[in-house]
Design a binder for this molecule. Structure first.
Ligand SMILES: *Cc1c(COP(=O)(O)O)cnc(C)c1O
Length: 356
């Protein structure tokens, strides 16, 4: 039976990426060596790293003055690297979910971190509006897509202080205006590559402004200078990211991808809204994520959640259990997920409804 991969991360990758990765494991770039065993300083891998950076710049239309670097440590390590490198005294955070809360917590180690707004009062089911960012903050941190709660900040905010964003789960899903940001980071394992590599897009002029000493390996400047080769980069994951970006470019880039993602998300949200058994957890359509779609059963049918989960699994729907802090279900509809998988899930929801 065909399996449909709705996992939130690590998550579905394009078939193209899987096939090219298998080829690269056998023989990387005609080197006669596997990507798993080749030196990161080989000319073949240096070319792969440079091309991956070039594809990042091209597909996201990254303006001059920005650098793209690849590190280990996950998005979670950026929760501390960002304040360590960018915050002298004060920073501001929009607390829109679990990852945003974790980022906010780390910032407090380095100075005064201000929560400008939070949606915790309603279990992070919306994006706060009408907040104001202190003008003396060294930066303002947002999480554009809240992977666990299924909300998304789709408009690049206009703020007067440097803007920093965790885009782990919606990078490359839609066009962004990079010029509005000073730093964008994320783990690759949602929309780009297997786990192991973290991308950072950084505007160079925000660096070098803090007074604290920064350990060498945690200083962004080290990795800019070292062209992501200060120490051994996650070679395999970078190679896989290159394949995904080639696939995305071939498909027409982020604008085309956004159209596909909106279409997929609409098919599922429409069914959640229509089906008598289910309700979405995010009610304002403007705040609904096009990457992670969360829904629960209505109070009347609540006790059927386990039965539906088992039924869906028996039909090949994998990874739709909601995160424990939301319950119910979450279907992640990342770039690589085909429309057919969303349609298959919708059919399973209809079939289950008809039995009730
Ligand atoms: C998954 C995720 C993280 C954590 O990423 P790691 O690479 O596991 O540290 C952080 N932020 C967001 C928005 C995520 O979706």
């Amino acid at each position: 039976m065909k399996k449909h991969n709705f996992y939130a991360g690590p998550s579905i990758l394009p078939q193209y990426t899987l096939e090219k990765t298998i080829e690269g494991i056998r023989d990387f770039a005609g080197s006669g060596l596997s990507i798993l065993e080749i030196s990161h300083r080989s000319k073949e891998f240096v070319a792969c790293m440079n091309d991956t950076i070039a594809l990042f710049k091209e597909l996201l239309e990254i303006p001059a003055g920005y650098q793209v670097i690849f590190l280990g440590g996950g998005a979670s390590m950026q929760f501390c690297m960002v304040p360590m490198n960018l915050m002298n005294k004060k920073s501001a955070y929009l607390v829109t979910g679990e990852w945003a809360s974790k980022a906010f917590k780390e910032a407090k180690f380095f100075g005064e971190a201000v929560e400008v707004a939070s949606s915790k009062d309603k279990n992070f089911s919306y994006i706060p509006k009408n907040y104001s960012v202190p003008s003396d903050a060294d930066y303002f941190h947002i999480t554009t897509n809240n992977t666990i709660f299924g909300t998304e900040l789709k408009k690049d905010p206009d703020v007067k202080v440097p803007l920093v964003a965790d885009m782990s789960s919606d990078i490359f899903s839609r066009p962004i205006d990079v010029s509005k940001y000073s730093l964008i980071y994320g783990g690759a394992q949602k929309n780009l590559a297997p786990a192991g590599v973290t991308f950072i897009i950084i505007k160079e002029d925000v660096l070098g402004k803090v007074e604290r000493p920064i350990p060498t390996i945690l200083d962004y400047r080290t990795h800019i200078k070292g062209e992501s080769m200060f120490n051994t980069p996650p070679v395999f994951a970078v190679f896989a990211a290159q394949q995904t970006l080639r696939w995305l470019k071939d498909l027409g880039g982020v604008k085309v991808m956004q159209k596909k993602n909106i279409e997929k998300a609409k098919i599922l949200y429409d069914e959640i809204d229509r089906n008598k058994l289910f309700v979405p957890t995010v009610t304002d359509p403007e705040d609904r994520s096009i990457m992670n779609i969360c829904f629960v059963m209505t109070d009347q049918y609540k006790e059927l959640e386990k039965e539906f989960a088992d039924f869906a699994k028996s039909k090949g729907m994998l990874g739709i259990e909601g995160h424990r802090s939301v319950g119910g279900f979450r279907a992640s509809t990342y770039n690589a997920l085909p429309k057919e998988s969303v349609e298959a899930l919708v059919n399973v929801m209809k079939e289950f409804e008809a039995k009730k």
